[in-house]
Structure formats: C-alpha cells, structure tokens
Design a protein around this ligand. Sequence first.
Ligand code: ARG
Ligand code: MN
Ligand code: MN
Length: 299
Amino acid sequence: MHKDITIIGVPLDLGAGRRGVDMGPSAIRYANVKERLENAGYHVKDLGNLYVPTPETYTIENPKLKYLKEVKKVNEELANQVKRIIEEGRFPLVLGGDHSIAIGTIAGVSSHYPNMGVIWFDAHGDINTPETSPTGNIHGMPLAVSLGKGHIDLVNILNFSPKIKPENIVIIGARDLDKGEREFIKTNGIRVYTMHEIDRIGMAKVMEETIHYLKDKTDGVHLSFDLDCLDPNDAPGVGTPVTGGVTYREGHLAMEMIAEANFLISAEFVEVNPILDVRNRTAEIAVGLMASAFGEKLL
Ligand SMILES: NC(=[NH2+])NCCC[C@H](N)C(=O)O
Ligand SMILES: [Mn+2]
Ligand SMILES: [Mn+2]
C-alpha cells in the first residue's frame, strides 16, 4: 500500500435525512486522525474540506432526489480531487459526510482502476434508485449510482458509467434493506454478508471469503465504511442507527484482515454524526478502525 496518504474532508449532509454528519470531518480530525496514521508509519497530507453548501440556504426541488443539484456538484468536485490524488501517486482517504459522497470517491478511483473492487460496510444497502427509495435521500443510492442506475446527473459524473461491476462488490453488516434493494441485490448477484452470516460463520470467515473473492479478480479494492454498520451501543454517533450491528472487536478484526490483504487503493469513513455522539466516541472509533486498516499493530 502507498505510504503517502492524502486526507480530504467532505462536510456534506444534504444526502441524509437529518443534520449533523456535516460535522463528521471535524470530529474525526479532533480524534487525531493525522497523528495516528503518522505513528503507523505514513506520510499524511490533509487538504482540508471541500466547499459544501448549507441546507438552510437551499430548497428541496425534487422529493425523490433531495438536493440533487448540490449533491451532484459536491461529488463532481470530489471525483476530480480523488482522481488527482491518485495521479500524484498518493492514497485518498475521504472523511464524510453522508454516504452519498461514495458517488464521487468511487468515480475518481474508477477512472484509474476500471476493474476496482468495493467492500461496503453498512447496516444498509445504499442501493436504492429514485424509484425504490422510501426517502428520496441520496445517501441511500450511491451503490446503485456507481453501478449505472439512478439519475443521469449522478450516474454520468466524470462522463463514464458504470464505475463498478456487480461481481466486484461485497456488502458487509447489512440488516436493514428496502424491498427494491433486495430485488436489486438478487437480480445483480451482489455478494452480501448480512448480520446473519456474521453471527453464523464469524467475522474472520466473512473476511477470509471476501478477500479471496476480490483479491485476484480486481485491480485493487476501495473500502467504504459507514459507521452505522457498527452496533449503536459501540458507535452511537450515526444518523441512521440500526440495532444489532457489528461489534467494535469484529470491526477491528475486519480492518486488520484488510490490512493483511494489502489490496486497498482508497478508503472513506462516513456518516459520523457528532450531534448524536457521546463525547466523540464514534469519531474515535472511526480513527481506530482507520489505523487498523492501515496496518497499525500492537506488537
Ligand atoms: N448511508 C446511509 N446511512 N443510508 C441509509 C439509507 C436508509 C434507507 N435505505 C434510504 O434509502 O433512505
Ligand atoms: Mn451507508
Ligand atoms: Mn448506513
């Protein structure tokens, strides 16, 4: 893995149904992300945050695709930045922000790695289209958009589509899928490890299988980590908590196994909501998980 990391914050919450994840990048920086990764042996450059408009100054034009124009604009900018970071030979680490920012991150990464893999840790599928979404919140749509399904303005960011292949995706930690998402997953043959499989075979086996499934057939893997994949008892500071999630320990094991696999090309940590957090615990957990994913070791 690259020893040079570039951090970029995206304080976007227009893709989510409630306010707060716009403060995620600050909370994660306050939890010392840069120092932690430097101590793990990396050179870290922090570019600061992208410009993101404030919801109060905009109105929802289309309730099926809330804040489409603004979300599109931010993701376009993010895609270009991520592309540039990779061109510089550095590793992009994106701090969210709501999960709609995966649209931009994946677009930027995919422009270099057309056969990229994606490991998507999430309580949700985030694979809705405007037709199937029960909320119209774009953070529930980024995987579908990256697969080429959704509003043309989002799908066509960087002027190519699709960005990823269904057989190069693994979703881990799912326990809240909408009806349309279940159908999408089935018709496209996307691999999903729900909480059922994690309970049944354990996180170690889930990660062994995931790594085996992606390692040889992709040209590198993007890690998209929604903090709501964790159990809300461990990580309370998320906008859409769902009971019965991945534990702190399972999360770390998964990240350590990803570090061992040595195939990451990019990563993003999203949906940290400091308003709902308890003394910045969720942001601190996010930083710990990053450190593990980047190979931090006790001994
Ligand atoms: N990134 C997230 N937290 N997504 C939650 C999505 C919830 C629901 N499936 C929706 O489409 O609105
Ligand atoms: Mn998500
Ligand atoms: Mn989620």
